[in-house]
Design a protein around this ligand. Structure first.
Ligand code: HEC
Ligand code: HEC
Length: 177
């Protein structure tokens, strides 16, 4: 009897940890078989659902997202710069990798003071300033998801429709599914 309790207890604790979280994660789907877990995986997804203090996946991130070329294609943009400014005017700059991903870890910015402001600068003059403040969710894709619609500003993009010459980098270790 004692032995059973010892075996069951850790299981119960694990499953109680965060049922909502694990549902959210399941919705994000499996890894692509040809992409390693790391900075190039899961472009366009809300990274912090796994990579924040609750998510428990290293590295812990405070802000993260992905930048695409236009509102109607999901071509990743490399070397775009994201500036995030906090309430106390502290800021961090970060650059996108070849799959358009960027992130700021807890080690890089221990305690940003919300709300945050942000803007992006893309190669060849693209970019934009977001007027809306980020009050809580450091995952850009928490709001920037899918095509632009009444419910969403759409994924983060650099250029207006038809104004992009960006092509995907075939040597990138990550890809957009
Ligand atoms: C569904 C959960 C999930 C999401 C969403 C997710 N990741 Fe991860 N990520 C993981 C797991 C699991 C690992 C492997 C951690 C380990 O090996 O300890 C990982 C590893 C990483 C690593 C570390 C690689 C290393 O070598 O240490 C980086 C960087 C990373 N992810 C970036 C991102 C970025 C950027 C995003 C969003 C675009 C993202 N992840 C979205 C689960 C996720
Ligand atoms: C709380 C929801 C929310 C989050 C989180 C969020 N955004 Fe936004 N974003 C919006 C909305 C709504 C708009 C459209 C209105 C505006 O520009 O403020 C927008 C617009 C933008 C624009 C376009 C501005 C333009 O018109 O050119 C950029 C760039 C942007 N966001 C970048 C980001 C980045 C980078 C992050 C993560 C660091 C982020 N957003 C996180 C809601 C959000």
């Amino acid at each position: 009897m004692k032995r059973h309790i010892a075996i069951l207890l850790p299981l119960v604790l694990l499953s109680c940890r965060s049922p909502v979280r694990s549902e959210e994660r399941d919705e994000l789907g499996p890894e692509l078989p040809d992409v390693e877990r790391g900075e190039f995986h899961r472009p366009g997804q809300p990274c912090l659902r796994c990579h924040d203090s609750q998510g428990g996946t290293e590295p812990e991130m405070v802000v993260a997202g992905t930048i695409f070329a236009t509102p109607d294609d999901k071509i990743p943009v490399a070397n775009a710069t994201v500036i995030v400014v906090d309430k106390l005017d502290e800021f961090r700059n970060v650059t996108t990798n070849c799959v358009g991903n960027f992130y700021i870890t807890r080690d890089e910015w221990e305690n940003p003071a919300f709300p945050l402001r942000t803007s992006i600068t893309c190669p060849d003059g693209g970019g934009g300033v977001m007027d809306t403040l980020i009050h809580r969710d450091g995952a850009c894709a928490g709001c920037h998801d899918g095509f632009p619609s009444v419910d969403s500003p759409g994924w983060i993009y650099c250029y207006d429709s038809g104004m992009s010459t960006v092509t995907p980098d075939p040597s990138c270790p990550g890809r957009v599914p």
